[in-house]
Design a protein around this ligand. Sequence first.
Ligand code: CP3
Length: 341
Amino acid sequence: MEIKNDLFLRAARGEKTERTPVWLMRQAGRILKEYREVREKAGNFITLAKTPELAAEVTIQPVDILGVDAAIIFSDILVIPEAMGLPYEMVEAKGPVFPKVIETKDDILKLVLADPEDQLSYVLEAIDIVKKELAGRVPLIGFAGAPFTIFCYMIEGKGSKTFSKAKKMMFQHPELAHLLLDKITENTILYLKAQIKHGADLVQIFDSWAGILSPQQYRDFSLPYLKKIVDAIDEAPKTIFAKGAFFAREEIGKLNCDVVGLDWNMDISESRKLIPNKTLQGNMDPCVLYSDFSKIVSETKTMLKEFGSTKHIANLGHGVYPDTNPDSVRCFIDTVKSYSH
Ligand code: CP3
């Protein structure tokens, strides 16, 4: 189906657009009371994510309510470990927890190569419904976690400041770490291809914990797997967002992807020099949205000016925080939409 507002996809491909497109990481979520109502109806996050009609509904909410230029499928990066055999729970006010974690080679060997049409059919069905209901209004983003970030959760079993247990495996048993990273990568490739087949117009890979690695560790344990994924997928454009990996920008920029996401620690003009040929996405500090409207407007304009009129997709430098006022998010979006370079 033809997409009416294709600013996001054209910018992703590096084409000139009438204005800069805008969306927010984690836009489908707790900032909206309409989301909280649907989540209440579902009972909890995981049931919501596994009920395609409801997942589709909250995917479309930010398009209707906030006016963003792209939708992102409502799901989580942790559906991959679950499909491989490690189910997760979402604990209120705490985050994800895996009752069972990876400790031994045997644990890794037991993990399966999931058929997305089987174990992850609920995500694919949600994509089918979203595509039908969006009817080409805006493009749909599919996503997955980067193998390194998923590895962290599978070893640690929950969030961590240091992920030192995960890193311990990298140092004590690098061959096991690579075995697990390989398995995650194979699953991720199949999963992203299935999302595209069902209608995802672009896929984004979230390497949320990239910033805990040194440049060399990143080269050894994350980049090769990102490379494998983007090289395997040529059915749709690809975005890599590696939070905190300022040291790896140049190398990420050389991978076979179309867009590189930046966080707010990454200087914009320096990033342009390091990644000269690709579209950049980001990168305002989500905390700017705690300021008054005039400050949000001025900070947004400063960001837009520095990125320039092409090869930029406006976004925050990480997911929007749950206690952000939706009016402040709207102020950010409206400022981008009315800005002329
Ligand atoms: O971006 C979107 O709007 C689409 C949906 C989406 C969710 N998670 C829904 C969600 C996306 C793209 C994600 C990705 C994700 N999940 C990442 C990578 C992006 C990032 O923020 O770095 C990570 C690390 C996770 C793992 C995860 N899921 C954590 C750590 C948590 C708890 C903390 C938090 O952010 O809420 C989740 C839960 C989660 N995933 C919620 C939502 C809407 C909140 C659950 C709820 O409704 O209570």
